[in-house]
Design a protein. Sequence first.
Length: 252
Amino acid sequence: MIGIFDSGVGGLTVLSALRQRIPSADVLYFGDVKNAPYGSRSREELTSLTLDGIKLLHDRGATNIISACNSVSASLAMSVFDALSMTPTQMIEMVGPTVGYFRESDEKLFLCATPATISSQIYQNGFRLIGKDVICTAIEELAGAIEFGAPESEIETIIRAAFHGVPIAKGDTLILGCTHYPIVLNIFERVLPGVFLFDPANAVADRAERLFWPQEAGDGTTKYLVSQDSPNFRALVERFFPNQLHTIEVLK
């Protein structure tokens, strides 16, 4: 069974991409809605929350893990391997597959993400390793607004303010470095017409197919765990997977 961990609804974009590649995989998804958003939390808080979340999935039977929260450092994976006796091939995070996708590219790269992701330098360091620079924009309130179902007008205002004065021209590539952001892809397209928007979920799903298939062939079941009930979470599950049977368990 594949476990997907996220701070809330953002990982649904990763699950959607995964379902296109491995539709028969059994998936256990944990959204830590109670502690969302993660993007403004300290490194110590992120470490504790992430280890707890991944351990929950591991204890519930997930043998392969996708950590879908970009605010979590790739280096944290080493702590997970030690704490849960996992191997590197049993866990995928967001940064490595994204950096690898652009290895042969000569595009001018921009990245937008949460303050925690930007300040951690995980993407910047990853791109430096392959000899590339990336121009970063931290968006303070966007993940939380998406998580809790803010109106489109409010979300558009946040995005427009974040990119005011940022020199993105037509033809440049903007990496959406938070799994929440593709949920409002239509608003990004409206604010940034002509900019190619890259969703890392696709690169992550490609890697999951390479690493986890065919051993993850199953019945295609999906179970969701949430640390706090959320009408917006339930609505987005129905939006992304309208015809798929599933259960949602609210943890006590």
